[in-house]
Structures are given as C-alpha cells and as structure tokens.
Design a protein around this ligand. Sequence first.
Ligand code: NCD
Ligand code: ZN
Length: 354
Amino acid sequence: MSGGAEGGERVQELTLARPDDFHVHLRDGAMLRAVLPDTARRFGRALVMPNLSPPVATTDDARAYRAAILEALPAGVACEPLMALYLTDRTTPQEIARARASGIVHGVKLYPAGATTNSASGVTDITRCFAALATMEAEDLPLLVHGEVTDPRVDVFDREEAFIDRVLIPLIERFPGLRIVFEHITTRQAVAFVEGASSRIAATVTAHHLLYSRNAMFAGGLRPHMYCLPVLKREVHREALVRAATGGNPKFFLGTDSAPHPRAAKEASCGCAGIYTAFAAIELYAEVFEAAGRLDRLEAFASLHGARFYGLPPNRERLTLVREAWTVPREYGCGGQALVPLRAGEQMHWRLKD
Ligand code: NCD
Ligand code: ZN
C-alpha cells in the first residue's frame, strides 16, 4: 500500500491492491441491478450471500444466480462473484461434493432458522446437518455462520455471545478440521473467541459495526436505517472490533454485509434488518482505519487476509482513494423504489479516484 504522506502531513491519497468483499447481499432483479455497480466498482471479488427467496440451496441455483449477476454487471467492470450455498436441514453430502467440484462455490452459509432476513429455510437443528458438515470438513469447503442463537429467551444483545457457547464450540469440537468464518462479528466476546481459536477459524467485520455503537439506533429518535442483524452493540464492543480489524491479525477481514432493502421495508411498523453500505464501502473502512491511526493496515484487512483464508491470490489491480469530502445522497433509486444508504445526507471523507 502506498500513501502520499510527506513530512507528517495527512495522507491525501491511498492506493491499495483492489479489495474483496467476503460478505455481501446483492439480491436479484431490480435491486441487483441497482446495487451491483457499487460493489463492482470497488471490489475485485464479492462473496455473495445466498439468502434470496427462495434461497440459493443447490449448485445449480448458485450457477443460475452467478449468471444473473454477471449479466447485470456494467460493461467494462470486472468483479468476480464468489458463490455460497444456503445450508438447510436437507442439504445432502452429495450436494456439498457437487458444490466443491463446481469451482464456483466458496462456502456454505448457516442461517439458524428465524435468525435474520430470509432465514425461514435455515437450519432448525444443527444435528440435522452433520452429514453435510462432515463432507465440508473432508472437502475443505468453509462454513460461514450467522452467529446468533434464535432462542427467544436470550436477550437480542446477547445472542452472539450465546451462539459461541451453545453452537460454535460444540461444532468445532465435532468437526475440528472444518474451516469456519464467524460472519459480521459484533462483540468483544466474538473477537476474543476468534483470536483464541485455531487458524481454521476467521471472522468478517462490517464497516457499520466498526463505525457505530447501538446509540446510533436511538439518536434523537428511532433510526430504522441503523438497524441490522446482528444488532449494533455497546461502545466497548465497537472498540474491540476496531482493535481486531486494525490489529494486523489475518483472522479478521473485510465483509461489508451490505444489505439493501427498499425504504418502505425499512420505515415500517416492523422494519427489515439490513444496512446499505456498498455505495461507499471501502471509503467507510478507510475512515475507521484512519481514526485508529492505522491506514497502513487497511490493505491487509481489505485485500489480503480474506483472499488468503479462501485460498485465492490477491487481486493484481489497484484501487486509489483520495481525501475529498462529499455528501451522501438522501436516497438511491432501485426499480421505482428508494434505497436509503448509510449516512444519507451526511458527509464522507474519502472518495474513489476515477
Ligand atoms: C441481512 C439481509 O438483509 O439479508 N440483514 C442484516 O441485517 N444483516 C441478513 C443478514 O446478514 O443477517
Ligand atoms: Zn449478511
């Protein structure tokens, strides 16, 4: 990575190997066409979450979804979609073997049933997936976990911590060779767990969990556009995430969890979980690393650690950010509907160089 710093002045320009987003929701149809250019402009590769309705549950589904994404890519923009399968109670070992052999599927996502958006087809009881998980372990196909228990007796803010003890630790004991990505971690407990686990266990960290604590959801009133799952946590947790992401440990890498929903679905009596960040994803992470005095480590987090975990070479292209203030639009269009981004109407400090 190279910056333009001279004699203690603030860096005005930052060039890094083109980053990858290892956790993004691109949706389909009009939403896909609206959001894909934002991801494709910034990231060399994007690991696309399979929680469509119906879910991307088979290798054939993944192939069809990948073709739809490539079809929607703007001309002249190269971004490789990395596919993930949606694990269900009925996923067979044969399907896992097919996925591995396809070369296009890079992970299998565990959504505990009911944990989040479009998780109704998710896993009701992890023991039902043991045969599939054993094949993933044998074939070295990583498991990507939405790490929250769904037990309604567990406080929403404690569901990630409870998942570690109730699901993750027993899972690792049973399948010690399985590689696991603890997705969009939000707590200091998750950070400590990943740090102490084997090199087969890694985690993605979103920009919004690095930038905001739960106070942002209630600033002056209820802020539906700050609501995502796992929900934002206390400031101590945000600080632990920043230390993990900026600390240089290769177990932590970039996954935006950019999760677009139309405005009407967010601003409702029962609003959807998900924050749209793809419009300025790497720019938001740059703010985090700069505030931590660690811009020099952005490239490792954004462009190297995740690729290494997934056994991919770093992207050869480069991307440059320039220090330049701009105002985020109040909304973007998506097929006749509106999509409200994070920080709508507020300031950004970095801009992509054309
Ligand atoms: C995601 C979505 O909308 O698909 N929502 C979210 O709040 N992150 C699902 C998920 O990743 O939990
Ligand atoms: Zn997600």
